[in-house]
Design a protein around this ligand. Structure first.
Ligand SMILES: [Ca+2]
Length: 235
């Protein structure tokens, strides 16, 4: 009885020893594959360092926006050229003859803004002249930089078209006269009554640098006459 138990005991012990031995043999076979990978990785990494160098160019586009602020510098900007702010920026002027019926006085005239008519906005420049002496000029003027200016434009309104030259558009664009403007300084080549309604008159501007702009009316007929001007601009 005692010997069987011993053999049984040694058999089970041998089985345990055999189990331990078999489980300890397998680990060495898994080491080989892992040693190949480390040698491949270093050669494949360099290409990944190039992409970052292409990012900086994306910061340049914003520098193309400033040029949009340059257009306003073209030509000279007249102050209140459309008379929407009363006569702000303008100074009244007149060169009138003596009134034949009252030699001690000049002929009657008036120049002011009006909301009765306008070619642009709500307000225009109204002018009235008593033509008793067949003569007389009234205007508004303002100084402006004419360096980049080649054209003076002004809109004129006439109630009727007439073959007779009664009222003329009077304009000036040139150097600032030391003694101020007089009738003969003005371009009076256009009759305001050469049409009915609104019309744009254009004049060449040859002067460069600081100068004077003036627009108004000149009467050459023995009658009373009125007209409206608006939207004076320099181009
Ligand atoms: Ca106007």
């Amino acid at each position: 009885m005692n010997r069987r138990h011993f053999l049984a005991g040694t058999a089970s012990a041998a089985a345990l020893l055999a189990g331990c031995a078999s489980s300890g043999e397998s680990p060495p076979n898994t080491d080989d594959p892992t040693t190949d990978d480390p040698s491949r990785d270093p050669t494949t990494e360099p290409p990944t360092t190039e992409p970052p160098t292409t990012e900086p160019p994306t910061t340049e586009p914003p520098t193309t926006e400033p040029p949009t602020t340059e257009p306003p510098s073209d030509g000279a900007a007249l102050v209140n050229g459309s008379f929407e702010s009363n006569l702000e920026g303008w100074t009244k002027g007149k060169d009138l003859p003596a009134d034949p019926n009252n030699p001690d006085q000049k002929v009657d005239s008036e120049i002011k803004v009006t909301t009765d008519r306008a070619s642009e906005g709500d307000t225009g420049l109204f002018g009235f002249l008593d033509g008793s002496a067949d003569d007389g000029t009234i205007w508004v003027q303002q100084e402006a930089d004419l360096s980049e200016v080649s054209t003076l434009k002004v809109d004129g309104y006439s109630e009727q078209e007439s073959f007779n030259t009664v009222l003329q558009v009077a304009t000036y664009a040139g150097p600032v006269p030391e003694d101020g403007l007089v009738e003969r300084d003005f371009d009076r080549s256009n009759s305001l009554w050469d049409h009915e309604g609104w019309k744009t008159y254009e004049y060449d501007v040859d002067h460069d640098g600081e100068g004077l702009i003036a627009v108004g009316l000149n009467i050459v007929w023995e009658t009373n006459a009125a007209g409206v001007l608006d939207n004076v601009r320099l181009e």
